[in-house]
Design a binder for this molecule. Structure first.
Ligand code: HEC
Ligand code: HEC
Ligand code: HEC
Ligand code: HEC
Ligand code: HEC
Length: 371
């Protein structure tokens, strides 16, 4: 009897300690693990994202409500959110951020006004169930696996990415499209990549869904954000901006994205769409600035309305017309898409240092010569 009890205790202890770290998946899914650890999902916590850490510090010193989406696998999620417990840099369930296992446990997404909610399948099983979208997944000793429609129609992304209201009920970010629907997130952000899903490749697959989750931190992706076109007639320059993404140009209030247009004659710039700051051009700059009750510029947490809201919806196109000097043979018009992860003014205020975060990223470029 004693022996049996002892066994039972061991079994239940085992079951409880069995929340798999992301590193544990590396044993078999090395390609996916390598990509994931370089992604913002792995770096989503205040331990690994300087921007997130500094905004958290500036807006909510004592609590960490952000953990709901930025550190969702934490064991003591509720107490960390309320501030009862402080984040612990030695706990892998916290430093793993949006971890492999957390994402692959999401079974359903619930709708709610303030933000959508992930419903987790996690029960502490010794051989847990992971969801995916593989045809005929090969059996593994590590886990069971099962098809789930939301890993195909991108609904699995929406528990964190759909929208978010602040405590005042004002929506501060949004990645849904103009129809308030989920677009094909997976199609654009998890492209098929040559290589194995799993080391031994018993499933005999030639490619896998990439897990880099590239976005606004990636030069390659910024090239795909918008398409620019130029035309000139009778002292009017027409710039067409076509948003190619499945969501708005600005999904998050930290960003600044804009077009810089110049006209050059004999190596001299004779005209440009702004002098000092890109936001002087109200038509070709994209930015969201919030205001509080008193109409002053505010952080997302205190916002009740927009002070500036310059955005384009999914797949939307806009034409900007500029009255320019009469052009002559040899003149060159150049337009370039430029993207900042953090608006330089905000970066200065928050004292953000990483070069990769404060430098401009160049997107689509278009030029026109006058013959
Ligand atoms: C409902 C889920 C959710 C909550 C709660 C949440 N975030 Fe986020 N956060 C996101 C998502 C999704 C992104 C990526 C959005 C994007 O890039 O468009 C993000 C991105 C960010 C970024 C940009 C990071 C970068 O790399 O530039 C900052 C800063 C940030 N969040 C701060 C916070 C802070 C501070 C809190 C808590 C006060 C918080 N977030 C709460 C979902 C959430
Ligand atoms: C001992 C090896 C092993 C380990 C460790 C392992 N897996 Fe797997 N996993 C597999 C095999 C084998 C497959 C099937 C691959 C195939 O069919 O090509 C698989 C498939 C999957 C799938 C696809 C399921 C589907 O139905 O589409 C997911 C998701 C997955 N694993 C997640 C994880 C996560 C998350 C971890 C870490 C917590 C992990 N795996 C650890 C062996 C492993
Ligand atoms: C558990 C919450 C959660 C889920 C589920 C989730 N994300 Fe994220 N995602 C985040 C957070 C938080 C960030 C921002 C991290 C940061 O910058 O600090 C983010 C960032 C991103 C980025 C921006 C990367 C960059 O460098 O700009 C992309 C793209 C992205 N997610 C796509 C997806 C897609 C596609 C899915 C669905 C397959 C998904 N996410 C599911 C929380 C989540
Ligand atoms: C048609 C392709 C396409 C679709 C569909 C798409 N995206 Fe994107 N997304 C992009 C590109 C390209 C970028 C990078 C350029 C940029 O951020 O300006 C991006 C950027 C992002 C970012 C970072 C944006 C920022 O400024 O912080 C997040 C987060 C993101 N996508 C999440 C999603 C989610 C979630 C979905 C599904 C609802 C989705 N994407 C659907 C193409 C797409
Ligand atoms: C942000 C959520 C998210 C995170 C984090 C994440 N995955 Fe996935 N994973 C997905 C989605 C969605 C799919 C289905 C993609 C598809 O079918 O195109 C997928 C597919 C897979 C597959 C099947 C491969 C294939 O080609 O369809 C495996 C295996 C897998 N993931 C393992 C992992 C491992 C291991 C990690 C961590 C190293 C991880 N995932 C992190 C969302 C995630």
């Amino acid at each position: 009897m004693k022996y049996l009890l002892f066994l039972l205790v061991i079994i239940s202890l085992n079951a409880q300690t069995k929340y798999p770290s992301s590193e544990s998946c590396n044993e078999c899914h090395e390609n996916i693990y390598r990509e994931h650890t370089s992604s913002m999902h792995h770096k989503s916590t205040l331990f690994k994202d300087e921007v997130h850490a500094k905004v958290k510090e500036a807006t909510s010193k004592n609590s960490y409500k952000c953990a709901l989406c930025h550190m969702p696998a934490a064991k003591d999620l509720r107490s960390i959110m309320s501030g009862e417990k402080q984040p612990d840099p030695n706990d892998y369930r916290q430093t793993d951020g949006v971890s492999c296992f957390y994402c692959h446990q999401i079974s359903k997404i619930y709708d709610s006004k303030a933000h959508k909610i992930n419903f987790s399948n996690y029960k502490g099983d010794n051989k847990p169930m992971v969801f995916g979208n593989l045809k005929k997944p090969y059996e593994s000793n590590e886990h069971e696996s099962m098809d789930n429609e939301i890993y195909k129609n991108s609904e699995v992304c929406m528990g964190c990415h759909s929208h978010k209201q602040n405590a005042k009920g004002f929506e501060v970010c949004n990645t849904k499209n103009q129809y308030d629907k989920t677009s094909d997130c997976i199609g654009c952000h998890m492209t098929r990549t040559a290589g194995t899903v799993e080391k031994e490749n018993k499933g005999m697959r030639k490619d896998y869904a990439s897990h880099n989750f590239l976005g606004v931190h990636s030069q390659k992706m910024i090239k795909k954000a918008v398409k620019l076109e130029l035309s000139y007639k009778n002292e009017v320059l027409e710039l067409t901006i076509n948003n190619k993404m499945g969501h708005s140009i600005i999904t998050h209030p930290m960003r600044l994205k804009f077009v810089k247009t110049t006209i050059t004659r004999d190596k001299q710039i004779i005209w440009s769409n702004f002098k000092e700051s890109p936001i002087e051009d109200t038509e070709a700059s994209f930015i969201i600035v919030f205001k509080d009750n008193e109409g002053n510029t505010s952080m997302p947490s205190d916002a009740v309305d927009y002070k500036l809201n310059r955005n384009l919806k999914a797949s939307q196109t806009k034409v900007v017309k500029y009255k320019v000097p009469k052009l002559q043979k040899g003149d060159e018009i150049k337009s370039a898409w430029i993207s900042y992860i953090v608006n330089p003014q905000i970066a200065k205020k928050l004292d953000i240092k990483s070069i990769d975060i404060i430098k401009p990223y160049m997107g689509d470029e278009e030029s026109l010569y006058i013959y």
